[in-house]
Design a protein around this ligand. Structure first.
Ligand SMILES: Cc1cc2nc3c(=O)[nH]c(=O)nc-3n(C[C@H](O)[C@H](O)[C@H](O)COP(=O)(O)O)c2cc1C
Length: 412
């Protein structure tokens, strides 16, 4: 395994992989086990003052979400998760004490305590001081919780900067602010946050969503006494939106410390965040589904990538893909014109390329009497749809419109 260590907010971590604020980092005991499993650091579940209220947390609070309907999360074909898990079921001091113990037992692992407050200076300052007392290495200020009827703080640069200022007044700890994917311009808000004194920016939080309908009970899910509420959506479904946000932040604030969060399900997902400018990557949902052990795949994939590319350290690859992404299509070359070619030796005659091209693209694919497809290169726009729907890897290849060698190579 290559050396995967990084420096983040002045702390040396053995790798860039962190637990994200969520039930996976709800107690000090869980944090210790995560460190021992190999995580480079932990962002705790957000501590909030309402944990001291006497009422119970919600039950149930999770729903598995998949395209084509929502169902129970143990079904393997889910693509996301909805939750209404908006606080820790434990008194505030007990929670801080647990995290403090974890830090004392693992002084060489980074502990970032997440806090969440109403938009009130005194509350943020009380909680920030308690993070310092607990021995946190940094604070993540959750400004993007989806459980509010109005817009969260992260939608206003001015409000974000005000919270940063309040925390700064109360403690010397590094401050990371956690933004959401719903702001109009997440890159501009992150830029303002850095200008306003943030040491790092993380994102994204869960996205507001509706969890789906259970046809057996005829209730919306997760069902709490016959009703539900707006959920926070996480997991694979949100990865493209979350990566867009990190890309926007990296583009607007190059070289600044960013922590990418959202939809990491495997090592490749995590690597993408690093290439798009994140210095660290956080994971919640996939750990909830598969446990702390997934960090091994994250580390192995990163190590292999460093090996293959000859990069000296993780820092060398951070942000290397940002320049490949243009903020809009206007900047892309129109000169590249591709055409599809079908390798009949691999074709299984399923007809999916034909149907999709006929009803969703340029009517360039025909089927013969034996259901063998062929491409009319004069109609093909090289859009890529047939390759997406084709179930056989490598059966559809693209080549330059002017290049007829694919036809000579036997591609149909
Ligand atoms: C059950 C659950 C609880 C969460 N609680 C918090 C929280 O307390 N504070 C916070 O900032 N984010 C919270 N999040 C959001 C995660 O930290 C993360 O931003 C989001 O889930 C996207 O990452 P993922 O796709 O890896 O889950 C929670 C997420 C889940 C799934």
């Amino acid at each position: 395994m290559r050396d995967l260590s990084i420096d983040f907010l002045g702390f040396h971590c053995k790798n860039p992989f962190f637990l994200a604020a969520s039930p996976v980092a709800r107690t000090g005991e869980m944090v210790c086990r995560a460190y021992e499993a190999g995580w480079g650091g932990v962002v705790t579940k957000s501590i909030s003052l309402d944990q001291d209220l006497p009422d119970h947390g919600l039950s149930p609070r999770f729903v598995g979400v998949r395209s084509g309907g929502a169902d129970h999360m143990l079904q393997r074909n889910y693509t996301g998760m909805g939750n209404i898990d908006f606080r820790i079921d434990m008194p505030v001091q007990e929670t801080f004490d647990g995290f403090a113990r974890a830090k004392r037992q693992h002084p060489d692992h980074m502990l970032i305590i997440s806090i969440k407050c109403q938009y009130q200076k005194e509350d943020w300052q009380i909680m920030a001081r308690r993070c310092a007392d607990a021995g946190a290495d940094a604070i993540e200020a959750c400004l993007s919780c989806p459980d509010s009827s109005g817009l969260p703080v992260c939608c206003s640069a001015e409000a974000v900067c005000r919270v940063i200022g309040w925390i700064r007044e109360a403690t010397d700890l590094p401050v990371m602010v956690k933004l959401g994917g719903i702001c109009d311009s997440v890159g501009a808000i992150a830029h303002a946050a850095f200008a306003g004194g943030a040491d790092a920016v993380s994102g994204i939080n869960t996205l507001k969503a509706v969890g789906g309908w259970n046809p057996t009970t005829a209730h919306m899910m997760p069902t709490v006494a016959g009703e539900t509420a707006v959920v926070g959506l996480s997991g694979g479904m949100i990865k493209p939106t979350a990566q867009y946000c990190i890309y926007e932040m990296a583009r607007r604030s190059p070289g600044k410390p960013l922590s990418g969060i959202g939809g990491v399900t495997c090592g490749l997902d995590a690597l993408e965040y690093l290439l798009l400018g994140a210095s660290t990557v956080q994971v919640a949902t996939q750990v909830m589904l598969e446990g702390y052990g997934i960090v091994e795949d994250l580390q192995l994939t990163l190590s292999n990538y460093l090996q293959e590319t000859g990069a000296a350290c993780v820092g060398d690859i951070v942000g290397t893909a940002v320049a490949q992404v243009q903020p809009s299509t206007g900047a892309l070359s129109r000169r590249q014109q591709l055409r599809a070619g079908i390798d009949l030796s691999k074709c299984i005659r399923c007809g999916r390329c034909y149907v999709s091209c006929r009803d969703g693209a340029y009517q360039a694919i025909q089927l013969d009497g034996d259901r063998l497809p062929s491409v009319d290169r004069s109609l093909c726009a090289g859009c890529g749809l047939c390759r997406i729907v084709c179930p056989v890897p490598g059966a559809i290849r693209y080549s330059d419109a002017a290049d007829e060698t694919c036809v000579r190579d036997g591609l149909n």
